[in-house]
Design a binder for this molecule. Sequence first.
Ligand code: ZN
Ligand code: ZN
Ligand code: ZN
Length: 344
Amino acid sequence: MVSPGADLRYLVGYPALPQERLTCLVLPALQSGHFVVPELDRDEASASVHGLPGIHVRSWREEEDPVALVVSLLPGSGAIAVDDRMWAAHVLALGAALPGRELRTIGRVLGALRARKEPAEVAALREAAAAVDAVMAGMPERLRPGRSELEVAAETRAAMLAAGHVAAGYVIVASGPNGALPHHAADDRVLCGGDAVVVDLAGMMPSGYWSDCTRTFVLGEPEPELAAAYAVLRDAQEAAVAAVREGVPAAAVDAAARERITAAGYGRSFVHRTGHGIGLEVHEEPYIAAGNDAALEAGAVFSVEPGIYLPGRFGARLEDIVVCGPDGAERLNHTPRDLIVVDA
Ligand code: ZN
Ligand code: ZN
Ligand code: ZN
């Protein structure tokens, strides 16, 4: 049972948003499937599955009970998998109507399918990367001393839309000490000369595929420790990208970055995994992390984004999206990777 979200968009191309009205693709293992949708969405839902063999649209009117309809379409026995993001309200209602039936999540199956991108998906991710690269190119003009992070973020959000995104998922503008907080968004802190500024931008394109890129800027000449830490970071990101190849464990890519950073004495300042898969969601499989010994597959697309964070002082992160191939990685982002010095 798959409800609106990335899994449903992946399977049938239907981009509906999750809502309280139940929309559910019911796919028995060995029989034809049904697409249960509210009557008011019938036309759009039908158009999205048109041409997919063996999927019948079943709509329900406002006075009908969609849970009973879904239950009537399920085989009489066997475990049932639901998509990982289905609302708890729907899962619990379906579970109550199916006493004694085992409910599981489908993430292990669909995550593995979605991790292996087809050429059209790589093309969509390449387009997304080009869009965010164009926004990054305009950051030096927006990062002026005297402006607040919120002002810069608002302008950047508009630039994300102008560059072709339909939604700016997150716009991180983290200046000075705020840069040491990896998920700091933007607040009223005013930029001043000497600040390092971490800018991490992610947005969704009309295709449904995401961009995600981080660069670190400095307003004026960097203080010596920022320059030194950034040199380590750049080297670590390079080493991690160089480690990417079909068949290599994801953990080895994380280790390649972490070893460089640890050897330079910043190991405890690199507080997160090295990367995450990206596609119809901004974070998806494969996760580039210690403990993930799964071999990378050709066609996997993920971020490589080590960071160094010195609490109370500054942070730095460098993030590109790469495609794993049989002989190595292809980077999709082409924004220059040096610490970007902005005249202050
Ligand atoms: Zn994140
Ligand atoms: Zn990011
Ligand atoms: Zn990321």
